[in-house]
Ligand binder design. Structure first.
Ligand code: PEP
Ligand code: MN
Length: 332
């Protein structure tokens, strides 16, 4: 249950009431917000005369549910936004990993020519094999910070584990929590306390309910700047890397009040499918796309097969414009 209490109460008074009913307490500009789990079906008697409003839920998707807030949260990213009136579709692009100054600089030049504002590249890569490239670490973060200064791009980069959480929070404009780390509650809490926008990627074996519960974890730490990212789930199929769950995206659009972006690159696993998927996702009216592109994919140190070269990327991006126009969206 979510309960709103008036701001004319004292913090200690509210905290005491929260403790009595085992609730989490958030202080917001307009009200105090108490949150218990969804098993609470009746407003506790102590609160009957003071609660401004309360909501009863069927599951612990509470802060992130449309039942609580019908409008999609508006996420501010520099001078652009996604969510809110949902008029914008954001393009987030860049190589899988920061590999060198030359590579990341070439990526920024292409993004700048295309008017793309968010560069995404990893410095701490979660890899399937311990014998492969794991990212440049803090040196990579420093390169990204230089690129932000030089090209005015916003930096999205992954926070993989607790060893570097503080560093990523310090350098990133947008924190990515990846598919393999999304159950790490230490990371969810750190992202929640950071106050920065967070891209939460769905694990490949994660149900929609578990996914939105993780979003609620971040939000329950006081950060509502959460962007959900569908990136493919594991199915019986092995010819593609994962299976892009567009039914899941439709479910999230209906039930969840957070913007949703789609990463077709990791879902498909091969460059040849990305254009078709990006167009399909655009037609679906999502809030953004995350697409991997590398100046020279054949030499990429991670996810080589799925990254578009710059020519393929530019071609794909141009093909989204008429589809976005047709459904009344602006590419940002
Ligand atoms: C990535 O975004 O580069 C990545 C590792 O993706 P995921 O977390 O979806 O596997
Ligand atoms: Mn990748």
């Amino acid at each position: 249950m979510i309960i709103h209490l008036p701001k004319n109460m004292s913090c200690t008074q509210v905290q005491e009431l929260a403790n009595n009913i085992g609730a989490l307490c958030l202080e917001q500009a307009e009200q105090f917000v108490l949150i218990t789990n969804h098993m609470t079906k009746q407003l506790p008697t102590d609160l009957k005369d003071i609660a401004l409003q309360h909501w009863i839920f069927d599951s612990d998707m509470q802060l992130s549910s449309r039942q609580y807030l019908a409008e999609t949260h508006r996420i501010t990213l520099g001078d652009i936004y996604i969510g809110g009136d949902r008029k914008n579709q954001l393009m987030i692009a860049g190589p899988c990993a920061v590999e060198s100054r030359e590579q990341i600089e070439q990526s920024c030049q292409m993004l700048q020519q295309q008017g793309i504002r968010v560069l995404r590249a990893g410095c701490y890569k979660p890899r399937t094999s311990p014998y492969t490239f794991r990212g440049l670490g803090e040196d990579g973060l420093k390169l990204l910070a230089e690129m932000r200064d030089k090209y005015g791009v916003l930096i999205a980069t992954e926070m993989r584990d607790a060893t570097h959480a503080d560093k990523v929070i310090e350098y990133a404009d947008i924190i990515q929590i990846g598919a393999k780390s999304m159950y790490d509650h230490g990371l969810l809490a750190a992202a929640g306390k950071s106050g920065k926008p967070v891209i939460l990627k769905r694990g490949f074996g994660t149900t929609l309910q578990e996914f939105v519960n993780c979003a609620d974890f971040i939000m329950s730490c006081g950060n509502d700047q959460v962007i959900l990212c569908e990136r493919g789930i594991r199915s019986f199929e092995t010819n593609t890397r994962f299976t892009l769950d567009l039914c899941g995206v439709a479910w999230l659009k209906e039930h969840c009040n957070l913007p949703i972006i789609i990463d077709p690159s990791h879902a498909m696993g091969y460059a040849y499918g990305i254009g078709d998927l990006a167009r399909a996702c655009t037609a679906m009216g999502v809030d953004g796309l995350l697409i991997e592109t590398h100046p020279n994919p054949t030499c990429a140190q991670s996810d080589s097969a799925q990254q578009l070269d710059h020519q393929q990327f530019v071609h794909m991006y141009a093909s989204l414009q008429p589809i976005a126009n047709a459904i009344g969206k602006k590419l940002v």
